[in-house]
Every structure is written in structure tokens, then in C-alpha cells.
Write a new protein. Structure first.
Length: 372
């Protein structure tokens, strides 16, 4: 029996193998298209040139255009929710100056762009965002861009280290668990994955701080944050424990999904044919099974990015890391609208581009994939 060589597409028909069948996704909504990979929206096709561009270029252009409604929808929803929170930031600002005069409050609203209805405020804010101006913090008075420029690298480093740790731990354990199904190694791997998923990240962080600091004199947050440019080794030591805790929850889900996809791949006919031909186990697993099994795993990692970003909020607060997550909490407490909106739009941009990058990785992992 010969090994099948299907040609998959990642545009009109996203591959997702479940029980040997291909599940089709219909474009019921264009707003979530960049996240879910739907690219057939009626208003997009007239904007895509069909002459002088290959399938890959047309696919990328289509995905980039579909990011626009996603970002607009996310930014508008956040804009409305933030202003629906009880309380008025103008009262807080005017109280700092000891003023309660309505004229002073109106001047403050005009200065910070808080006058008018929500739609007019959103349009003004959107016009500033197009010019790469996120406004000024209502509390510190500094520009949001300058505030976030110092904190974004810290959060991105924490997230990157967490993803690397989760993949190093989850993928090998998931593969071994699938190869040694229903053995003690499989039971141990599944129990470990369930434990990582069940344990809250903040509880593990506090527990490790207490135990590691008491018995090993390691893992305790320092009094001041160490910049990577000042002391790379000290910075990595500082970020190692938070990244392990943050990547633990991600590794649990990746571990279970890797096991499931690997088991499904090992049951395919071409794998049985490889066994019958007497190929070595290492060759069958590495060259034939892993490449097909890891494609859905890449998708899971991309879809877990929003959860990973949410986890940085708690971990940065526990370890006193000056990243966007900790700054986001302080902005919510003080109702600092520009900071909240700026962080949300940055996170949305990172997520949609990360999902696009995940789709591009498909062709690297499996050259049979074609974009159309």
C-alpha cells in the first residue's frame, strides 16, 4: 500500500483532521476571519488583484485585509466597555487639583478628548491611532507610546520564554505518551498534563516562591528588575521561574493535543505500511509521523496566545515584573482609558499576526500544503 499524498489548502479550506475526515469551515462571519483562517468574504475578492500575483501573495493580502475589521471590532468593543465602568475619571483628575468647578471639569474633558458621545470619542481616538499616537496617560501625563515601549519587550520576552519552555516539555512527553500508549509512561504523562492544567498559575507561583526561596535561596523576586541589556545572565535567571510557571498551563494543553494527534497519525495506513516494510521506529516516528502530527499542534499554540497574554497579567504582578500585564492592572484600577485601549490594540495586533504566522508555518512543516 502506498502512502497517500493529499494536497491541502489553508485558504478556502483549512485542514483539520478528525477521524480521517476533513472538516470544512464556512465563512459565517468576516470579523473572526484572521483568527480562524476564513478568507472567503464577499467584499474581499474585488480588492484582491488576480493578475501578477501568485497564490501565496493573494492569500497574504486577503488575510491582511481581513485583519482590519477584526482590529476595528476589538478596539470598539474595548472602547465602549472601558467607558461603561462606573465612575468618572474627570472627577479623579479634578480632585487632584482640588477643583470641583464644572467649567474646570469641562476643560479637562476637552484637554483629554473626553467630551462628546462615545462614537465621536472613538473616531478621534482612531484617527490618532492611524497616526501612531495612542494619546497621553491620564494619570502620569506621559505618552502611552513611551510608557509601553519600555514594557513591551519585558512582556514579549516572558511570553517567548514561556512558549519555548512549553514546547520543549510538552512535545516530547506527548509523543512518548502516544508511542507507549497504555503503559506507565503514558499514565504518568497524562497525569502530569492534567495536573498542569488544573493547578492555578498564581498558586504555583506563590508556592514556588515560598519553597524555592526558603530551601534553595532561588526564585525569589529581587527588589529591583534587572534589564537584559545590563545583565543578560541575571535577567534570564529572574525571568526563568515566571516563564516556567506561565508555560506550565500551555504545556498541559499542548501535551494532551500532541498525544491525540500522534495517536491518530500512528493509526494511518502509511504508518502501518512503514512498519510492515521493517523501517526503524526512529525513522517512522521522526520522518513520517511527527511531521503530520505537529501541524495541528502549531494551531493550538497559536490559539493559546490570548490565554498566554492573560497569564502575564497575574505572573507579572506576583513577581513584580514591570511589563504590560502589571501596567494594565494599574491602568484599570485608575481608569486610565488611553493606556487600557493602547494595550488592548497592541495585544490584538500581536494575536492576529501570530495566527497569520502560524498559517505560514504550515508550509514549512509540511511542504504538501498549498495556499489558494
Amino acid at each position: 500500500m502506498s502512502r497517500p499524498s493529499p494536497v491541502r489548502t489553508v485558504a478556502a479550506q483549512r485542514p483539520f483532521h478528525t477521524g480521517g475526515s476533513i472538516r470544512r469551515r464556512t465563512a459565517a462571519s468576516c470579523i473572526m476571519a484572521p483568527t480562524w483562517g476564513w478568507t472567503h468574504c464577499w467584499w474581499i475578492h474585488p480588492l484582491i488583484p488576480s493578475i501578477g500575483a501568485g497564490p501565496m501573495q493573494r492569500y497574504l493580502l486577503r488575510r491582511l485585509l481581513l485583519m482590519v475589521p477584526t482590529l476595528l471590532g476589538v478596539s470598539f468593543v474595548v472602547f465602549v466597555i472601558v467607558r461603561a465602568v462606573p465612575g468618572d475619571i474627570v472627577d479623579l483628575i479634578s480632585g487632584d487639583y482640588g477643583a470641583s468647578d464644572p467649567a474646570v471639569k469641562e476643560a479637562i474633558r476637552k484637554e483629554f478628548g473626553l467630551e462628546g458621545n462615545i462614537v465621536s470619542q472613538y473616531v478621534r481616538w482612531l484617527g490618532d491611532i492611524v497616526q501612531f499616537d495612542m494619546g497621553e496617560s491620564l494619570i502620569s501625563g506621559r505618552t502611552v507610546t513611551s510608557e509601553l515601549s519600555n514594557r513591551m519587550p519585558v512582556t514579549f520576552q516572558l511570553g517567548f520564554m514561556a512558549i519555548i519552555f512549553s514546547l520543549i516539555i510538552a512535545v516530547p512527553i506527548g509523543i512518548i505518551s502516544a508511542i507507549r500508549q497504555d503503559t506507565w509512561a503514558d499514565y504518568a504523562g497524562r497525569s502530569f498534563a492534567i495536573g498542569l492544567l488544573a493547578a492555578p498559575g498564581f498558586w504555583i507561583a506563590i508556592l514556588l516562591i515560598s519553597m524555592a526561596g526558603r530551601y534553595f535561596k532561588w526564585g525569589v523576586p529581587p527588589a529591583t528588575y534587572i534589564e537584559f541589556t545590563d545583565n543578560p545572565i541575571g535577567n534570564i535567571k529572574l525571568m526563568l521561574m515566571p516563564s516556567i510557571i506561565l508555560g506550565g498551563g500551555l504545556s498541559g494543553s499542548v501535551m494532551r493535543f500532541t498525544r491525540s494527534t500522534m495517536l491518530e497519525t500512528l493509526r494511518q495506513d502509511y504508518i502501518r505500511t512503514a512498519w510492515s516494510k521493517g523501517l526503524q521506529e526512529r525513522v517512522i516516528i521522526v520522518r513520517h509521523a511527527m511531521r503530520n502530527a505537529l501541524i495541528p499542534v502549531v494551531t493550538v499554540v497559536g490559539l493559546q496566545l490570548p490565554v498566554l497574554v492573560g497569564g502575564t497579567v497575574i505572573i507579572e504582578s506576583v513577581y513584580s515584573i514591570p511589563g504590560m500585564g502589571r501596567y494594565y492592572i494599574s491602568a484599570i484600577d485608575s481608569k486610565d482609558y488611553p493606556v487600557i485601549q493602547g494595550i488592548n490594540i497592541i495585544v490584538a495586533i500581536v494575536v492576529v499576526f501570530a495566527n497569520l504566522g502560524v498559517d505560514m508555518l504550515y508550509s514549512v512543516i509540511d511542504p504538501r500544503i498549498r495556499y489558494s
